[in-house]
Design a binder for this molecule. Structure first.
Ligand SMILES: [Zn+2]
Length: 210
């Protein structure tokens, strides 16, 4: 078994969505200063790094992150790669990538994944899913859709893609780093923090290959 850690490391230098809280992670108790142990304080937005979106993120009466079904978050997942030349995933690109007729979890690997090793600023031109592809994913019966940047939806058109997917009960997993993961079938383990009533949560996420 090979375990792929597809989670981003949360540090103060990790890019965040413009306007979201910056990560603050610092020790408030230091052994070198005489404390009996080290203790860190953490401040962050719930959509920081690798994280899930709950329906409540875009739907006023939608479910909260602590109520997401674990059955959607754990199980077989297809890493579907789109070409380096792909700038947005519409229905045509999805068709070309070879979306199977029946798949429960799809994680998109795009050129976005290359950004994580170098980019220190938020990148607005990331590859994202267009509404017509979102409709196609819902029609396929997916339960979870993953993307390798901080949103499944384009920077300047965030609402519709989120509404279609979250409205259909699809769990969104954002901020994946799939740079080292070959396309193919894996077992996904995505375990978001159990934040009461929240619209999203950071999630340590791994893929296990055969
Ligand atoms: Zn999010």
């Amino acid at each position: 078994l090979k375990i792929y850690d597809v989670s981003l490391t949360i540090t103060p230098s990790l890019p965040v969505w413009p306007g979201d809280p910056q990560v603050d992670l610092h020790r408030v108790s230091k052994m070198e200063d005489g404390a009996v142990c080290n203790i860190s304080h953490l401040t962050l937005g719930v959509h920081t790094g690798t994280h899930v979106d709950a329906p409540y993120h875009f739907l006023p009466n939608g479910g909260r992150v602590d109520a997401l079904p674990l059955e959607a978050l754990i199980g077989p997942a297809l890493v579907l790669e789109v070409p380096e030349t792909c700038t947005a995933i519409g229905a045509a690109e999805l068709h070309a990538a070879g979306l199977p007729g029946r798949v429960e979890r799809v994680l998109f690997k795009s050129r976005n994944s290359n950004l994580w090793s170098s980019e220190k600023e938020f990148y607005r031109e990331f590859v994202a899913i267009l509404p017509d592809a979102a409709e196609m994913l819902v029609a396929t019966g997916v339960r979870l859709v993953g993307m390798d940047y901080l949103s499944v939806a384009p920077f300047n058109n965030a609402v519709r893609t989120h509404e279609i997917l979250l409205g259909a009960g699809v769990v969104l997993l954002e901020g994946l780093n799939l740079a080292d993961v070959p396309a193919g079938l894996y077992t996904l383990y995505c375990l978001p923090l159990k934040l009461g009533g929240a619209d999203g949560a950071p999630a340590r996420t791994v893929l296990i290959g055969a």
